[in-house]
Design a protein around this ligand. Structure first.
Ligand SMILES: [Zn+2]
Length: 162
């Protein structure tokens, strides 16, 4: 079990963070962008990067090859819709996708948009970790958080149209 402190100060104990997120236990900390039968997309507000999306399965499993046929279809459909929405309403040109299977969470894909300001942290995939740390440690300002909330609203609205 892991102890998590929610933004409202409440402490909860969960077996798996992704289960807690997709089932709504942690709703206050996760800004939901879209939901399908098998997946749940949100912005982790701890990383205030506009258009960063975490797409998590609702079912608890860890590896790609554990997906059912229905989950596979749902996954690629919702992933591409989110990508399109990022392009349409936020003008995001490039996205980095990653998922590691040796996680204490369950299946979730990070979609990290690439912005000009990230070049100071490296050219390509090497910049992702420093960018995330920079966002978490230096960008948690009122201004950025406002921007993030706006981006979430835009993505959510666009996705309901698809
Ligand atoms: Zn889980």
């Amino acid at each position: 079990m892991r102890k998590i402190i929610l933004s409202n100060g409440q402490t909860v104990e969960v077996e798996c963070l992704s289960c807690a997120l997709t089932s709504g236990v942690m709703e206050p900390d996760a800004q939901v962008i879209t939901e399908t039968e098998y997946f749940h997309a949100h912005q982790d507000v701890a990383y205030p990067i506009k258009g960063l999306v975490i797409l998590a399965s609702k079912r608890h499993f860890t590896s790609f090859d554990e997906m059912t046929e229905e989950e596979k279809m749902d996954y690629i459909t919702v992933l591409t819709k989110i990508r399109k929405a990022q392009r349409n309403v936020l003008g995001i040109e490039y996205v980095y996708y990653f998922y590691n299977e040796d996680t204490t969470h369950h299946f979730h894909t990070w979609m990290v948009p690439r912005y000009e300001w990230m070049y100071q942290f490296g050219r390509s995939i090497e910049s992702v970790r420093p960018v995330l740390l920079h966002a978490r440690n230096e960008m948690n300002t009122k201004e950025h958080n406002e921007e993030i909330r706006e981006a979430i609203q835009k993505l959510r609205k666009e996705l309901t149209k698809m």
